[in-house]
Design a protein around this ligand. Structure first.
Ligand SMILES: [Zn+2]
Length: 357
């Protein structure tokens, strides 16, 4: 079956300023790479998803915060914090980005596809119920999970492999024992949260999982996190819907991350998620988050789609960018697996109170 690819041209009209890393060119690069990938026949494109249903958005964000974003855009624009710009067309772009996530979820739940990728901006995983931050306005992945819950799916899994902690998604579902939120991120990095001990609260205790990793973790280290933590958790939870917060800023060429994952590494992570989804017979949706090196981002998205579509790309479309100069981060010079193994043992020990892994 074909994979669904959802985007919207208005997402490029969220203008953040000439030097901002989260810029419209990101989506242009993704679109060009997907078109050149040879995957065309395996993808169903939807470029006109509707705006998000306001009721659904209010399951994720407080009305006062939504109104703040809308009012700022109406007033011609401004900043939510030092990183997070709102331009005149940003609120609409954010409603459409969340709407794209909603649309993809609904198509998947109706059986119209089994895999979907949502290529939108502004990104979402730092956006908390009552505030946007870290380039994020509305939390698109959380909207997808909320849409699946609203449609009656009892358990949803969100796996966030962006290099930054998904604090927003964590905050949305902090007390919720129906959405298991797993974030894998670089330790001591923006926004500073996401310690292993952050496990959720009240009825949601054990439903938030954080795997902070040392800088320069590479493909092997990430694959270990998936086989040791993410996959066993998924099989213990048995979600009926799976969302990946797919940021690509853990790529070795990314200017905002300190990891050494390659596009081939992301393809492997996507394959592992695809395998889980197939075993559990659950639809799988990936929503774009970060990724600020245009070639690395575009190639990594194509790599993800290749795993979702279950067929190879045109090799000519593979342009794993070269590491930028002497001393640059690169694959092959990675944090040793032993340093990660110790950490994974600690995470599994913390989780053993809640899950049989
Ligand atoms: Zn990020």
């Amino acid at each position: 079956m074909s994979a669904l690819f959802v985007t919207h041209p208005a997402c490029e009209r969220h203008v953040t300023g000439p030097t901002h890393p989260e810029r419209p060119q990101r989506l242009q690069a993704v679109r060009r790479a997907v078109e050149a990938s040879g995957l065309e026949g395996a993808l169903v494109w939807d470029e006109q998803p509707p705006e998000v249903d306001p009721d659904l958005l209010e399951r994720v964000h407080r009305r006062a915060y939504i109104e703040t974003v809308e009012a700022l855009a109406r007033a011609g624009g401004g900043w939510l914090d030092t990183d997070t710009a709102v331009g005149p067309e940003s609120a609409r772009a954010a409603r459409l980005a969340a709407g794209a996530a909603q649309r993809a979820t609904e198509v998947l739940l109706a059986g119209g596809a089994r895999r979907a990728f949502v290529a939108v901006r502004p990104p979402g995983h730092h956006a908390e119920p009552g505030r946007g931050m870290g380039f994020c306005l509305f939390n698109n992945a959380a909207v997808a999970a909320a849409a699946a819950r609203r449609a009656g799916r009892e358990r949803v899994l969100i796996v966030d492999w962006d290099v930054h902690h998904g604090n927003g998604t964590q905050a949305v579902f902090w007390r919720d024992p129906s959405v298991l939120v797993v974030s894998i991120h670089q330790e001591y990095w923006y926004p500073g949260t996401g310690a292993m001990e952050e496990l959720g609260e009240g009825p949601g205790e054990g439903w938030t999982v954080n795997v902070p990793l040392p800088a320069e973790t590479g493909d092997g280290g990430y694959a270990d996190v998936f086989t040791e933590v993410v996959l066993p958790l998924a099989y213990a939870c048995r979600p009926q819907f799976i969302v990946v917060s797919a940021g690509y800023d853990a790529h070795f060429a990314d200017p905002l991350g300190g990891m050494v994952v390659s596009a081939a590494g992301f393809r492997q992570l996507a394959r592992l998620m695809d395998e889980v989804a197939r075993t559990l017979d659950a639809p799988l949706l990936a929503v774009l988050e970060g990724g600020y090196h245009l070639d690395a981002l575009a190639t990594s998205v194509v790599a993800t789609l290749e795993a979702f579509a279950g067929r190879p790309t045109d090799p000519a479309a593979w342009r794993e960018p070269a590491p930028a100069g002497l001393g640059a981060r690169r694959p092959g010079r990675e944090t040793p697996p032993s340093a990660i193994a110790t950490r994974l043992r600690t995470v599994r020990r913390l989780l053993s109170t809640y899950w049989r892994l």
